[in-house]
Design a protein around this ligand. Structure first.
Ligand code: SF4
Ligand code: SF4
Length: 312
């Protein structure tokens, strides 16, 4: 049976999901994020892959000719670019304008956030700080590795996206992501009626679709227009730098100051989240030293509860 357009027929889809459940659960439990990240390299080289299973292997391959222009363009990305993000934790005051701008652009429910501003505290006697956390757009993405239908993919410019017309809602990618960056649309999206006639745009992931994944898209639609991501432009406190690793240049979304990426990272002791997993994130963090505003007392309580949670 063939995929018509981008959807599997119901009977086939059920059978297919049953097989995937048997195979996928074992894979995720046994392998976890690290194995999945390692497997991504294997997948890129076109080696025999876990996707090609059982009698349904012909359903799993991407038929590029069935893609719309927006889907095709969205998969290719912007040639010559390698987008990179630098997040300065010393500057974050928990204004959350990044979260609001992102929610508005992607028609998310108030409880859904592609960008999460967390209150962090490493241990009892270390200071609390705010940490914005988007998808890390890993260069070795375990989420892509486990997706059985190529619904989530890595582009040449570094962005990891989702094609929700192809997503079958198996949620393997949620289990595989070590950064908790993906969410599932359990209920109808906020603007389901308003967006019903909109042509699906992979770079905006609009219209959102019940039963599929949503996550940070690095504002791929804005990058195509030569603009900074929604969150980066919305921040009033200079937290976000964004730019092109190939050019070694990043721009601050608030001040519009431009710097050499390498210099910014070197001078400020930049680091990445869980690099030991081999996921190769495209997001760098500058440590929360000399903070421009301390964490609010009420938020410190949340942070200390977090410490105790890990100690217990
Ligand atoms: S952070 Fe993003 S790219 Fe990395 S594994 Fe999670 S969803 Fe995939
Ligand atoms: S939920 Fe969708 S994007 Fe995630 S692994 Fe399954 S098919 Fe792929």
């Amino acid at each position: 049976m063939e995929i018509k357009g981008s959807r599997l027929k119901n009977a086939s889809r059920r059978k297919f999901l049953q097989q995937l459940a048997l195979w996928g659960g074992g894979s995720v439990l046994a392998g976890g994020a690290v194995l999945s990240a390692l497997h991504y390299e294997h997948k890129k080289k076109g080696a025999p892959h876990i996707k090609e299973i059982a009698e349904h292997k012909h359903q799993l391959k991407l038929n590029k000719e069935a893609l719309t222009e927006l889907q095709r363009r969205g998969r290719e990305g912007i040639p010559g670019k390698r987008w990179v993000w630098v997040i300065d934790l010393a500057k974050c005051k928990n204004a959350r304008r990044c979260m609001t701008a992102c929610q508005q652009a992607h028609h998310l429910r108030p409880e859904q956030s592609h960008m999460n501003v967390l209150v962090m505290q490493a241990s009892e006697h270390t200071p609390a700080y705010y940490m914005p956390k988007p998808c890390q757009h890993c260069d070795n993405p375990p989420c892509v590795s486990v997706c059985p239908v190529d619904a989530t993919f890595k582009r040449q410019d570094g962005v990891v996206l989702i094609d929700n017309q192809r997503c079958i809602g198996c949620r393997f990618c949620i289990a595989a992501c070590p950064y908790n960056a993906r969410m599932f649309n359990w209920i109808e999206p906020l603007y389901a009626k308003e967006d019903a006639n909109m042509e699906y745009n992979v770079e905006l992931n609009l219209p959102q679709r019940k039963g599929t994944i949503t996550k940070c898209l690095m504002s791929a639609d804005r990058l195509r227009e030569g603009k900074l991501p929604y969150c980066v432009s919305a921040c009033p406190n200079g937290v976000y730098w964004f730019g092109d690793e190939n050019e070694d240049v990043v721009t601050n979304g608030t001040t519009h100051e431009t710097m050499r990426l390498s210099e910014l990272l070197e001078k400020n002791g930049a680091y990445q989240l869980m690099p030991e997993l081999g996921t190769k994130p495209r997001v760098y963090y500058l440590p929360p030293k000399d903070r421009s505003m301390p964490v609010k007392e009420s938020d410190k309580k949340v942070a200390s509860e977090y410490v105790h949670h890990f100690e217990s």
